[in-house]
Design a protein around this ligand. Structure first.
Ligand code: ATP
Length: 135
């Protein structure tokens, strides 16, 4: 079994899609190991997105992710990292994500792509430590 960090980003929360996302995670057969609504501070957001530091969209991304409450979760199951990324769909909700995925069904813009999921075992470990240090 594997663990991954999932975020329902502030756009997903403000649009009322928390239940939809959690429901898809549960219907897939994945389990929730942690689940919390919180507003994240700038330092945490910067650490979370450290790999994008210096990119054109980095500042907007940090502003956006700190701009309202989000839902952070640890999701667990066999191949949980890939399984959630399959549920999420590609980063660009129109060009990459296909219908049937969270981003493909509900997203329009890259910046407002509703969810985050860790992209590797190394990222998952780093992100779970950052968001849920007690786990
Ligand atoms: P995430 O890490 O959030 O799951 P991802 O792994 O699909 O997304 P990354 O390439 O790691 O995509 O980008 C991280 C996040 O940065 C994206 O989810 C998106 O919100 C934002 N982002 C990426 N590219 C752009 C862009 N060109 N313009 C605006 N925002 C972007």
């Amino acid at each position: 079994s594997e663990r991954t960090l999932v975020l329902v980003k502030p756009d997903g929360v403000s649009r009322g899609l928390v239940g939809e996302v959690i429901s898809r995670i549960e219907r897939k057969g994945l389990k929730l190991a942690a689940l919390e609504l919180r507003t994240v501070d700038r330092a945490t957001a910067e650490q979370h997105y450290a790999e994008h530091d210096g990119k054109s969209f980095y500042n907007d991304l940090v502003e956006f992710i700190t701009g309202g409450p989000l839902v952070a979760a640890v999701v667990e199951g066999p191949r949980a990292i890939a399984a959630f990324r399959q549920l999420a769909g590609g980063t660009d909700p129109v060009e990459k994500a296909t219908p049937g995925t969270i981003r493909g069904d509900f997203g329009l813009e890259v910046q407002f792509n509703l969810v985050h999921g860790s992209d590797s075992p190394e990222s998952a470990e780093r992100e779970i430590k950052l968001w849920f240090p007690a786990l």
